[in-house]
Ligand binder design. Structure first.
Ligand SMILES: Cc1cc2nc3c(=O)[nH]c(=O)nc-3n(C[C@H](O)[C@H](O)[C@H](O)COP(=O)(O)O)c2cc1C
Length: 214
């Protein structure tokens, strides 16, 4: 089938002002729970989100990261603090997150500012990760150019021996970011492309909800 013939009709739900929570984080939790429900195939990662960052010259780049917490009114993810994303957040903390939940025909778009997690939070989360993921975080100088895959595998073998029966310390350049939202849009696909878009916008400390044209 050619691309121009591909289209879905969106009939699974609606999003009406009367049905939403006053607090967008409450609304987000509701939608995240709904996205995780049902007999989903293993490969669905409802906590996967596209993170967009930009550098000081306005060049934007996007990649997928995993949502690992929703505490303190922030969206938390974990990464390498020397990676491209981290360097961009350093020069411009304004970021965007986007969740696509195709199986429920929903999208959530978030705009906000990213700040580093307190060290004890990052260490606490690192300790909960499986041993292999911890080793991966130590091995990888994320986003740097490497000569070959062999470099990584050799380093992994060395570290496996070094930490065979020892706890792996959380690297100094690894940790979390919390995105504090100032705008969150909930999108529900509807028929005839007349989708529902309800957007929460922060004004002072209050949230204003507006309906956007699809
Ligand atoms: C499903 C999925 C989940 C991912 N989760 C993370 C994550 O939680 N943290 C992370 O640093 N990279 C994660 N990645 C890898 C990133 O997409 C990206 O390749 C990496 O962070 C380097 O990005 P950067 O060079 O822009 O900093 C994930 C990729 C995919 C496809």
């Amino acid at each position: 089938m050619s691309l121009y013939e591909m289209r879905q009709s969106y009939k699974l739900g609606s999003l009406l002002e009367k049905d939403i929570a006053g607090d967008p984080m409450v609304q987000f939790r509701t939608w995240l729970n709904e996205a995780m429900q049902g007999n989903l195939p293993d490969w669905v990662e409802a906590n996967a989100m596209t993170l967009s960052t930009s550098d000081g010259h306005g060049r934007v780049t996007s990649r997928v990261v995993l949502l690992k917490g929703l505490d303190d009114g922030k969206f938390w993810f974990y990464t390498n603090y020397r990676s491209q994303k981290a360097q961009q957040i350093e020069s411009n903390p304004n970021v965007s997150l986007c969740f696509l939940w195709q199986h429920v025909q929903r999208q959530v778009r978030i705009e906000g500012t990213a700040t580093k997690a307190p060290r004890d939070q990052s260490v606490g989360y690192f300790r909960k990760r499986p041993h292999d993921s911890q080793l991966g975080a130590v091995v990888s100088q994320q986003s740097s150019v490497i000569d070959s895959r062999d470099v990584l595998e050799k380093r992994l073998d060395e570290l496996k021996k070094q930490y065979a029966d020892k706890e792996i310390p959380c690297p100094d350049d690894w940790g979390g970011y919390g995105v504090s939202p100032n705008r969150i849009e909930f999108w529900q696909g509807r028929e005839s492309r007349l989708h529902d878009r309800l957007c929460y916008r922060k004004q002072a400390s209050a949230w204003i909800v507006e309906r956007l044209s699809p």
